[in-house]
Design a protein around this ligand. Structure first.
Ligand SMILES: [Fe+2]
Length: 297
């Protein structure tokens, strides 16, 4: 029987600022019922780790509560966003990445399950010039070469592109065009069949140039559910997760549990990502910290 995998993304956990913690608790209960063989986390596990490492510490401890083995890749709120910055936010640094390595282990990896090899990538270091960028590229090459007939799925935080792998617009929503070649060459060779990502808090399942690109919904929140100001990406703005039956042709089922809260933080982001940084990172939590929480870093 094909393995059953839960694809989970953007849970944004924080001990200091647990804005979205209720959805995490509901997710844990849902996954206990689903009993997946594996949980894949597509990044943004922390609320704002570049400003508060304890978010990583807390999030990592929370993952021990998952009812199945798990693998995770970092997101921009775990290690910082791609270089160059476009929006005035924390970008990836070697110390931020080192914090991820300390708490979560390697940020790129291969995991074999059923007839598939899942390769996790840290898309935030692409274009960074860090030594790890070249090491990851070499690792990817080797992991594909040694797949021994297994089908290959990639897992990374940001969607590879909006609609077209050759589009040239540079946006922090997607892989920068200048760094796509590492994966594009594998796509041209037919080596990759499935690409899994998170980041946009929208779910979508689309064939692009013959390769299936699946966007996981966010667990924590949505943005602009009414479609008033964000660009239309043809995604669905609801919280939830995906169940994947990893057969020869993967079967995707979108789960949107009725108990989860569709919290819309569009009002934070419409003012610019800096507003997220203030509320998630610097500002006191609602100005009313419960007793005993004020000492938390
Ligand atoms: Fe993200």
């Amino acid at each position: 029987m094909a393995p059953r995998i839960a694809l989970v993304s953007d849970i944004h956990l924080s001990r200091a600022k647990p804005y979205f913690h209720a959805n995490w608790e509901i997710l844990l209960q849902e996954l206990a019922q689903e009993a997946p063989d594996l949980v894949l986390l597509a990044g943004d596990i922390a609320l704002d780790a570049p400003h508060r490492e304890d978010d990583l510490v807390f999030a990592r401890a929370q993952l021990d509560r998952l009812p199945a083995p798990w693998r995770a890749v970092p997101g921009n709120h775990d290690v910082g966003n791609s270089i160059p910055d476009q929006r005035g936010e924390a970008t990836v640094t070697e110390p931020h990445r080192a914090a991820w390595l300390r708490h979560f282990g390697q940020d790129y990896w291969a995991h074999d399950i059923g007839d598939w090899r899942i390769i996790g990538l840290d898309c935030l270091i692409c274009g960074s010039g860090f030594a790890a960028e070249a090491e990851q590229a070499a690792f990817l090459e080797q992991a594909v070469t040694e797949a021994a007939g297994r089908q290959i799925a990639l897992l990374y935080h940001k969607p590879f592109c909006a609609f077209d792998v050759l589009e040239t617009e540079m946006s922090q929503s997607y892989w920068y065009p200048s760094v796509r070649e590492m994966v594009l060459r594998l796509m041209r060779d037919g080596a990759v069949r499935l690409c899994l990502s998170g980041h946009l808090h929208e779910s979508r399942d689309r064939l692009i140039a013959g390769i299936r690109h699946v966007w996981a919904p966010g667990v924590a929140f949505v943005q602009d559910i009414a479609g008033e100001w964000l660009p239309d990406r043809h995604g669905r703005r609801r919280v939830g997760y995906m169940m994947i039956e990893l057969a020869e042709e993967p079967l995707m089922t979108l789960r949107e549990p009725s108990r989860m809260l569709n919290i819309d933080i569009g009002n934070w982001l419409r003012k610019g990502i800096g507003h997220y940084g203030t509320l998630a990172g610097g500002a006191p939590y609602l100005g009313m910290m419960p007793e005993g929480w004020s000492a938390i870093p």
